[in-house]
Design a protein around this ligand. Structure first.
Ligand SMILES: Cc1cc2nc3c(=O)[nH]c(=O)nc-3n(C[C@H](O)[C@H](O)[C@H](O)COP(=O)(O)OP(=O)(O)OC[C@H]3O[C@@H](n4cnc5c(N)ncnc54)[C@H](O)[C@@H]3O)c2cc1C
Length: 476
């Protein structure tokens, strides 16, 4: 039965959208809608009278067509794990949420071509498993992989833990099926490795955060499943030494490094304290710890190559201490430390988060300058930096000074973010390495991007979504 429409969306439109989504394809009960309206970090809370849950591309197309004809804004949503409020509707209550979770079929897996065709609502971990079951690897991997969805991964151009070797979501995408802002379906599921027939349209939708169209399916690249995996921790004195380790180990392993994660002493300390029952990986504390992972096929002994190279770095004074995982369980313990940092930081009170990238050559300088600048701005602030050193991407997070009121600290978000972002941009970096813009960084984007880039982005938006119904208020 159709529900009553609140102010903002006429009842006739709500009824039409419910009919387009079909039986079981929508939620209008305010209590059941609530989880779809709050973002992962609980910074944003929106309103809507209607969450649509289509289970086919045809239904998505019918919904978008109805939205286009009635000028009803819509917010595409996947697993709702995004960190910039991109999947949260505004508080006006005039937009519908289109959640893709029921479009969760693997349409095809081609072992010869090493591709998988997955619908947008497939949970990332389920695509990894489908590849693994076929003896292959889908390398996109991130902390939220148990709940984020392929559509959301592509819409945010997700990065994660293995970008160094396999690239981000963009590099893994061979083809897309997209419902355009007028309800037409673009079938671009070609899955070709080479296709130079003009503009690479699929890449417009990757990283667009749902502002240009709704991704309903994708052809994704798969890789041979590695026969050997070696995981290690290496403690270093500073970021310069970390860079030396990155370059040396990459070369020594024959470029078989798939992850080079970095954890500051404070970040690792939080993880040890809150997530590892105090079990630290080394007898002493060190300013920085690297988590290194390497993969190889069958053949020469990767482990001895890694041990020898790390030994050389210890002898040369670049590494203070190192441990190579002796078992899968030990490797998992190492990854658990790294992946539990965000949650552990949350247990230390308020945190202000930045997701920055700077050129590798300036990473050490950035770390020094940023710490001095934020400490000058707010004495006692605790820098909790960690991230993907191999990709030049730091989560330059700040924890509140001990004893400071949390709300007062969080009120400093914009002031401290401006300091970190200005420094990032001055060094030729990016204020969003992998999380996107959403609503959180929209104003910052306009502040720091050259006007010509903003104008080009607006031109693309106008061309593909002239009425501005696709995820309004996000990115631009
Ligand atoms: C613990 C944790 C760890 C994380 N680690 C990482 C990390 O290492 N690297 C990283 O990059 N991110 C990370 N993230 C952020 C987040 O998981 C990613 O951004 C993820 O790709 C979002 O997917 P989602 O399905 O949850 O998308 P949502 O949060 O639902 O949506 C994100 C954006 O994509 C749009 N969107 C969603 N689905 C579609 C679709 N089908 N078509 C068009 N637009 C769509 C939404 O409108 C929104 O703008 C992490 C998050 C958490 C909670």
């Amino acid at each position: 039965m159709a529900s009553a429409a609140p102010a903002g969306i006429p009842a006739s439109v709500v009824e039409r959208l419910q009919a387009a989504a079909g039986a079981g394809g929508w939620i209008a009960d305010p209590e059941r809608i609530t989880p779809y309206l709050i973002d992962q970090r609980k910074r944003y809370r929106g309103r809507t009278p209607l969450v649509l849950l289509p289970d086919t591309t045809a239904k998505v197309a019918a919904i978008v067509k109805a939205c286009a004809e009635t000028r009803t804004p819509l917010v595409p949503q996947g697993g709702n794990t995004g960190l910039v409020g991109g999947a949260t509707p505004s508080e006006r209550g005039d937009a519908v949420v289109v959640n893709l979770g029921r479009m969760n079929r693997i349409r095809a897996l081609d072992t010869a071509a090493a591709t998988v065709t997955a619908e947008a609502g497939c949970i990332l971990a389920s695509v990894q498993k489908a590849a693994d079951d076929a003896g292959l690897l889908f390398p996109l991997s991130l902390g939220a992989e148990g709940s984020c969805q392929i559509g959301g991964n592509l819409a945010t151009n997700a990065g994660g833990l293995q970008v160094l070797r396999y690239g981000s979501a963009r590099a893994l995408t061979l083809g897309l099926e997209v419902v355009l802002a007028d309800g037409r379906v673009w079938d671009g599921l070609r899955g070709l490795y080479k296709d130079n027939t003009g503009y690479d349209l699929k890449q417009l939708f990757v990283g667009a955060e749902g502002t240009l169209g709704i991704i309903t399916a994708a052809v994704l690249r798969l890789f041979p499943r590695p026969a050997q995996r070696v995981t290690a921790l290496a403690a270093v004195a500073d970021v310069d030494a970390a860079q030396t380790v990155l370059a040396t180990m990459r070369a020594a392993s024959g470029d078989r490094m798939n992850a080079c994660e970095i954890m500051s002493e404070r970040a690792l300390g939080f993880a040890v304290k809150h997530a590892a029952k105090g079990a630290a990986p080394f007898a002493a504390n060190h300013p920085w710890t690297l988590l290194l992972e390497f993969e190889a096929g069958a053949g020469d002994e990767l482990r001895s190559v890694i041990e020898n190279a790390l030994g050389g770095l210890i002898d040369a004074g670049h590494v203070r201490d190192a441990v190579v995982a002796a078992s899968t369980a030990q490797a998992q313990t190492m990854w658990h430390l790294r992946e539990s940092i965000p949650g552990a930081q949350g247990r230390e009170g308020g945190s202000i988060k930045h997701d920055i990238a700077v050129p590798q050559a300036r990473m050490a300088e950035f770390v020094r300058s940023a710490e001095a600048a934020v400490t000058r701005a707010l004495p006692g602030v605790r820098v909790c930096a960690f991230g993907h050193l191999g990709d030049g991407n730091l989560h330059y997070n700040l924890s509140q000074p001990v004893g400071m009121d949390e709300a007062l600290f969080l009120a400093e978000w914009d002031r401290l973010a401006r300091i970190v972002h200005d420094l990032t941009v001055a060094m030729g970096g990016s204020i969003s390495a992998e999380h996107g813009i959403g609503q959180m960084k929209r104003d910052e984007l306009v502040r720091i991007k050259p006007p010509v880039e903003i104008e080009m982005m607006r031109a693309v938006k106008r061309a593909l979504d002239p009425d501005g119904i696709m995820n309004p208020g996000k990115v631009l």
